[in-house]
Ligand binder design. Structure first.
Ligand code: AMP
Ligand code: MN
Ligand code: MN
Ligand code: MN
Length: 285
């Protein structure tokens, strides 16, 4: 049986990817993706161009975004899929999140200067495609360009991860708000890459319980940031909490991303794919 090649998590240069929405759509199509979602961080600005290119290529398209949330002292990412991109409350919620990013980036520049790396704020700004969306990734790219490190993962490990000298704690959206913005705009909320959070078992249980209580319906099981063992673990979590399962590469850049668009394994057969619930939201030519 042919299983749908769905890739429902990827980033353009409207957030911290390096390709334009059009180039990303072309790459997804060339990689055999049949149903694609652009999920830029806290931003919907790339969706119209992404949609137009996807439909021109005959590829199914879902609107998407990846919302930054603070939960129990950790940053959690909630992916929204298939929402109405013109929804005013969702747009306002995302604008609120973005508004804190610039000042956070300025403080990151100060923290890095104090740690012996001056000029990082200005350097990071040279890498942004969207002045409203300065991300740690842009700092990492500048530190690589400036010769401090060979690759961006190293920059995170030494300077940008939580607790490291260039990390500035930040309050993102509340879990319930993010889920409601997505759901009330007609979309489905999905917990992104759950294995990446450093929760205790009880904090993780609280995350999934509260997520479901707020109306969240999905979890990423097969993602570019899960090992095979983590896929099996979160397949069990999906069944335990009655969640739909999603699949997405989390592709950011040809030079940086380990996993290309459309190349992940299929979802384990015992799960219910999230795209089944989104059939009426898929846009086609
Ligand atoms: P921000 O939203 O500014 O905190 O940036 C978060 C982004 O940084 C994530 O979406 C990833 O793209 C990237 N990131 C986080 N951790 C790492 C890591 N260890 N290596 C490379 N990129 C990372
Ligand atoms: Mn990112
Ligand atoms: Mn993420
Ligand atoms: Mn992502």
């Amino acid at each position: 049986m042919h299983l749908l090649n769905a890739d429902l998590h990827s980033h353009s240069n409207v957030s911290d990817g390096t390709l334009s929405p059009q180039a990303l759509a072309q790459r997804a199509h060339a990689q055999g993706v049949e149903l694609w979602a652009l999920t830029d961080h806290d931003e919907l600005g790339g969706l119209a161009a992404a949609r137009e290119t996807a439909l021109d290529l005959g590829m199914g398209f879902l609107t998407g975004c990846e919302i930054s949330v603070s939960f129990a002292g950790e940053t959690v990412h909630v992916v929204g899929l298939g929402f109405d991109a013109g929804n005013a409350a969702l747009a306002a919620g995302l604008a609120g999140i973005r508004s804190g990013r610039r000042e956070r980036a300025r403080r990151m520049g100060e923290a890095l200067a104090a740690a012996g790396i001056p000029g990082a704020f200005e350097g990071a700004l040279r890498h942004v495609g969207n002045p409203d969306l300065v991300s740690r990734t842009h700092f990492a790219r500048w530190l690589v360009e400036a010769g401090h490190f060979a690759e961006t993962h190293e920059v995170f490990r030494h300077y940008l991860a939580s607790g490291k000298p260039g990390h500035v704690p930040h309050d993102w959206a509340r879990l319930g708000d993010a889920v409601r913005w997505i759901t009330e705009a007609g979309g489905v909320a999905v917990i992104a890459h759950p294995a990446r959070y450093r929760f205790s078992p009880s904090a993780e249980y609280a995350l999934f319980s509260e997520f479901v209580a707020h109306g969240g319906r999905g979890v990423e099981v097969v993602t570019g940031s899960h090992t095979a063992a983590e896929q099996l673990q979160y397949a069990d979590t999906a069944l335990e909490f009655g969640l739909l399962a999603s699949r997405g590469s989390d592709f950011h850049s040809p030079a940086e991303s380990r996993v290309d668009l459309g190349t992940l394994p299929d979802l384990p057969g015992r799960l219910t794919p999230v795209w089944g619930a989104l059939a009426a939201r898929v846009q086609r030519a």
